[in-house]
Design a protein around this ligand. Structure first.
Ligand code: SF4
Length: 379
């Protein structure tokens, strides 16, 4: 649910209560089971049917998928009815903003089948704590030197001296201006964008000023190619002005709701505008991940994403990391002719090491002046 809906309670719907059940419920106090129901009212065997009226003074029965069949294990502590969908969700520790899909019976089954989010969170926290401090974790780092901090420090060290200088780096742009930058960079060379971006972000510095100056902006944006770019940017400006109060949001669903904003742009805005670590996935970063891990073109995207996240080290994929990685892909680990000999992360790279070993094996006649061939991915 969106923020503006956060005060609403959804799914607070219950089953219709059968008249005979209503009589039984009235005879049950909090904590009572079917055995407490007067015998003349019982219509089922008490060893099979287990009505339970929950109590505010006790923990609830565990919510299971059986709640989708009937709610007799979950009679409300005070009201003569079974639990609503929302009450069951709360007992499973789902936040009220989380919605469930389908018929109410299906929603109850989803809730009953779920691992409670707070339980999952507690387990994940302990697993992370164990991995961070364990010898297993250290062993992984030692066996795979590409893992974590050394890759990061070598890359960032190189970036400080060899990284590209662009007008949108190290400046105090607003989130809207960062969004403009990223939408301009989409399918365009960064050097081209660099030539006009100051004017674009000055003249179109807010959604209002962008929409008021589209004629002027067209002359700058037309140098970037793609006829539809201006229309796309204008649609984004109109949407942000009308639906988001003129503010570019930092949350993923709202960012993705802006016309023209896909996964990459949303991640880039989260990272560069809001400083939130975010793994950027494009052809360049995927190529680097594939080459460093020694994988091939069949390596799934999720695996490449995890690998990049590991390479980013404990700080995560923060703005500096992402800028450095993008520059590595543009300047060194290029698609067609990677410069492994100049690469700052070559000691950590499976492809770089393999090619290094191969180049030492070749005969002088073949090796002299030969370009190191690099396999993998788009290269
Ligand atoms: S060593 Fe070569 S293949 Fe590996 S990251 Fe560097 S440039 Fe790319």
């Amino acid at each position: 649910m969106r923020d503006e809906e956060s005060g609403l309670i959804r799914d607070h719907i219950t089953r219709v209560v059968r008249p005979d059940d209503a009589v039984i419920y009235r005879h049950m106090k909090p904590g009572d089971t079917y055995l407490n129901v007067p015998e003349h009212l019982r219509r089922y065997r008490s060893d099979i049917f287990k009505y339970v009226r929950l109590s505010f003074e006790d923990v609830s029965r565990t919510i299971t998928a059986h709640i989708a069949k009937d709610g007799y294990w979950y009679i409300h502590p005070r009201e003569d009815r079974t639990l609503s969908v929302r009450e069951a969700a709360r007992l499973q520790t789902f936040p009220d903003r989380f919605r469930f899909a389908g018929h109410p019976t299906s929603r109850l089954r989803q809730i009953g089948n779920a691992v409670p989010p707070l339980l999952a969170s507690a387990i994940a926290t302990e697993v992370r704590r164990a991995l961070n401090g364990s010898s297993t974790s250290r062993g992984v780092r030692e066996r795979h030197p590409a893992y974590g901090s050394s890759f990061r420090s070598d890359l960032i060290g190189w970036f400080h001296t060899r990284g590209r200088k662009f007008p949108w780096r190290d400046t105090n742009l607003s989130p809207w201006q960062f969004l403009l930058v990223e939408m301009c960079l989409h399918r365009t060379k960064a050097d081209q964008v660099a030539r006009v971006i100051r004017e674009v972000t000055d003249i179109g510095g807010t959604p209002d000023s962008f929409l008021a100056n589209t004629a002027t902006l067209e002359s700058y944006l037309s140098t970037l190619g793609l006829d539809w770019r201006l229309a796309n940017l204008a649609s984004a400006a109109e949407y942000v002005r009308s639906n988001l109060n003129g503010q570019v949001p930092d949350r993923w669903p709202e960012l993705k709701s802006i016309p023209g904003v896909g996964d990459y742009i949303a991640s880039a805005v989260q990272c560069f505008a809001f400083g939130r670590p975010s793994v950027l996935m494009d052809t360049n970063t995927r190529r680097i991940a594939r080459r460093v891990s020694g994988g091939d073109s069949t390596q799934p995207v999720w695996s490449l994403r995890l690998h990049l996240r590991d390479l980013a080290g404990e700080e995560g994929a923060d703005p500096q990391w992402n800028q450095a990685l993008l520059d590595l892909g543009a300047l060194v680990c290029r698609a067609r002719s990677p410069s492994c000999g100049e690469c700052p992360v070559r000691p950590h790279c499976a492809t770089g090491r393999r090619n290094s070993a191969e180049s030492e094996d070749v005969t002088p006649a073949r090796g002299a002046g030969a370009t190191v061939a690099v396999g993998g991915g788009e290269g």
